[in-house]
Structure formats: structure tokens, C-alpha cells
Ligand binder design. Structure first.
Ligand code: ZN
Length: 251
């Protein structure tokens, strides 16, 4: 048994028994970890009310070799982001970022992923412009960091630099746009139509976004494309739960 102390972001919490909580953490030094916070649901818990999703802190836990669930001994608050819960759009957007981390973070520690998630959550908290645009930009940053950047400027089948003026489709299976010539080779169910504006905005999103909070012209198309792309490449063709929530709440 070894004592671990690391920066951590709480991605998700589950009630466990009458008094305890299980937390899914993204840690800076140990990747994804599950810990049990014994007594966390008691009114006078030593953890206070700190153990909520989107909160950053320094977690100390006993890691037992071969065990999946570790015992949290302390959580020193670094940054709470409870204000995200006061607005549905911000809450849903933060839920998407944490779900991406929860589902796709590699087993090995990834400090840059940890930092990127923190920056994304901070931005959602502070964004004074369009929250959905901020969500799309931050979600793509995570996906690109995870190594799944789609090809948005060259045809993903023949590699030809596609003229921005041509109509384009996005091929989920190929992982990028396809030119008009290659389009008949692609599987129909895997193709999504991209308007010229949507294609230009996708190029910008995958490059890191504009970051100015202006709404996207193709916001709805971008959300659908992101949902389908993530489902296809990362999640066994099943959309993430966050998208269901986003669709129910944001339309
Ligand atoms: Zn092509």
C-alpha cells in the first residue's frame, strides 16, 4: 500500500451506502482513479461539501496494488466550480468535457490532458460569450489532444487538398472530409453533409477555435457532427450520455 498525493479533478460522484461517496478522478500524476470517500455524506464529514463534480484539489489516497478502488484520506480544495451548476448550458457543457475525460483518458498519466481539462472548465465558468461555442472548442481541444484530430483540410481518402469552395461531406469512418471525387466510395451511412460555412467553422474548431465567444453559424451541425464523430471513433458507435442531456435541454 502506498500513499499518493496528486492534483485531481472530480469528474463524477456516486453515492455509496448511507454515508460514503465514490469519486471518479482525473489525476495529474496517476491518470484516472476511483476513490471511496468514507463518511463524505455525513453532515459533519471532514471532507465538508467539497466533493462535487468539476472541483479541483489535491487528493491524498492509499493506493493498494491490484485494487481498482482506493481510499481517499484527504482532499484539499484548490478550485471549486459549483457556479457551473447554476446555469444549465454551462453545466451540460462541463458534463461533456468531463465525460470525454472519463471515457477516453489513457491509462497512463497525462498531465497535459489534466491541464487542458482544467482550462476548459475554467473557460466554461468564465465565458461571457456563447457557451455552446466555448464547449465545442474545448471539446475538440481534448479530442485533438487524445490523438483523434480529423482531417478537415485534405480529403481523408485521397489526401487531395480540397478547395474550400467545393461542397464537402464528412466521412465518419474515414475520420475527415471527403472530396467530391471520393464521395461515392464512402459508405453512405458514414457520410454527413457539411455546408461551406460548417466546413470552414470545423477547420477553425479543430485548430483550437477562435476563442472570442462569438456564436457559430453552424452550431447545431457542429454539435451533431461532434456527437457522431465521438460515437464512431471513441465510443463503440454509442453517443455519450452528455449529448442526450444537451439535446434535451438545449434543443
Ligand atoms: Zn478524395
Amino acid at each position: 500500500m502506498s500513499l499518493v498525493t496528486t492534483f485531481a479533478t472530480i469528474l463524477k460522484t456516486y453515492e455509496y451506502s448511507e454515508t460514503s461517496k465514490i469519486l471518479r478522478l482525473l489525476t495529474r500524476d496517476h491518470g484516472l482513479c476511483s476513490v471511496i470517500a468514507k463518511g463524505a455524506r455525513r453532515p459533519k464529514s471532514r471532507f465538508g461539501g467539497l466533493l462535487e463534480p468539476f472541483t479541483d484539489g489535491i487528493a491524498t489516497f492509499y493506493a493498494k496494488e491490484g485494487r481498482e478502488l482506493h481510499t481517499l484520506s484527504a482532499f484539499e480544495l484548490h478550485r471549486e466550480r459549483q457556479a457551473l451548476g447554476r446555469e444549465l448550458a454551462r453545466y451540460a457543457a462541463a458534463g461533456l468535457l468531463t465525460e470525454i475525460a472519463l471515457r477516453f483518458a489513457p491509462a497512463a498519466p497525462d498531465a497535459e490532458l489534466f491541464d487542458q481539462l482544467g482550462r476548459g472548465l475554467d473557460r466554461l465558468l468564465a465565458e461571457s460569450g456563447d457557451v455552446e461555442t466555448a464547449m465545442l472548442e474545448e471539446a475538440w481541444k481534448l479530442i485533438v489532444h487524445l490523438g483523434f484530430a480529423p482531417s478537415t483540410e485534405r480529403c481523408s481518402l485521397c489526401g487531395r487538398q480540397d478547395e474550400a469552395a467545393e461542397p464537402t461531406h464528412f466521412d465518419l469512418m474515414g475520420g475527415g472530409i471527403v472530396c467530391e471525387r471520393c464521395q461515392p466510395q464512402a459508405e453512405k451511412s458514414s457520410l454527413r453533409e457539411l455546408s461551406r460555412a460548417a466546413r470552414a467553422e470545423l477547420v477553425t474548431l479543430v485548430r483550437g477555435g477562435r476563442g472570442d465567444g462569438r456564436p457559430l453559424e453552424s452550431a447545431r451541425a457542429q454539435r451533431d457532427l461532434l456527437r457522431d464523430f465521438v460515437a464512431y471513433h471513441l465510443a463503440d458507435h454509442r453517443p455519450l450520455n452528455s449529448f442526450r442531456f444537451l439535446e434535451e435541454r438545449l434543443g
